[in-house]
Design a protein around this ligand. Sequence first.
Ligand code: ASP
Length: 438
Amino acid sequence: MGIKVAKFGGTSLADANQIRKVQSIILADKERRYIVPSAPGKRYSSDRKITDLLYLCHAHVQQNVPFNDIFNIIADRYLEIVRDLDLSLALVPYLDEIKQKIIEEASADFTASRGEFLIGIILAEMLGYDIVDPCEIIFFDDSGKLDEKRTEEETEKHLSLYEKAIIPGFYGRIHDCKIKTFPRSGSDITGAIVARGVHADVYENWTDVSGLLMADPNIVDNPKPIDTITYRELREIAYMGAHVLHDEAIFPVREAGIPVKIKNTNMPGDPGTLIVKDADPITHTGTITGIAGRKDFTIIVIEKALMNTEIGYGRRLLSVLEVNGISFEHMPSGIDTISLVISDSWLCYKLEKVLQEIKSDCKPDSIEVYPNMALIATVGRGMAYTPGIAAKLFTALGNNNVNVRMIDQGSSEINIIVGVETDDFETAVRAIYNAFVK
Ligand code: ASP
């Protein structure tokens, strides 16, 4: 029998109704043997996530402000879930113990981790699965970084003792007895660690959307879902602003070559998106996988006659950025020009100083500055080695009166990045989408 690790996000566990859906998903496939839950999330848009409420309790204790009311909201939500699911689980002693520990000034990490802990107990009771304490398998080193080696060894050793188990997401152990959490949304990371530890065939990430979309739905109407994407493509579109799984979350499964399936708890029949390792063969050419983009860039264009013959010119130019503590995103160049594409968050108030220093250190013939730029990445392994892709993209932009200020194509040919005026951003994304997808 194969092994699937299924991680369920907060909206999938927000109330008893959602949890019943989770139950039927798990029971529908015997291979779903290791389950990683997040804490209950929002039931409706103005609702509060349990994790946020727990952090709030902790903040109140720190300020010596009573936190009873907030804790009661948390307790009521869990008790309601137990009641609505008809479970004969005595949750009150757990809640009392947690409350007492918060009063005794437990850490923020401990307090926040109880959201996942409590839902773990409920799921274990409902499904008849064992519950495994993440502190037995996930370890952080003294500097607070995940101790990958120890975690991998202990996860493998410990979970092999269980046929089926619930492993609460989001936390592990530091300094041998204290709880430490991952960054927010960290249950994704727990799921990936568990998937690698049990040598899963697939890591299922159940959420409230039917996979990744080819473009931002706020810009393109009803964008198509992405059925398959490689880890590398995913990194490109995530870096360019698409909201997908955190890099860190992908890392353990990417390393082990385990595919990730993103699925929708509310529409389990939808195919979802499969994230696969980069070496898988390309089955289609001439198509794109997705489009993503980010605003708030400045492009500085430096021109100097015979730049190409001047040894050290690029180094001197980049030194100016380095000494000013600025990182650049792209650096397309011509024979006599170099463009520096820099995120405004790096540049902020330093622009004038940087321009002065470039002038004095590099003696350019001219420097032009283009503020308010947006970058758009068109990503797809199906684009590589396919003639006509760039022509199609630029024709689409031209036909929509979008002026392209910068072009950068990664050498792997899975990504073409264009820089456009911020005002043209949405038009450009729609133009590219319509040219390749519609
Ligand atoms: N419950 C945590 C959070 O809200 C972790 C997670 O959901 O993955 O960030």
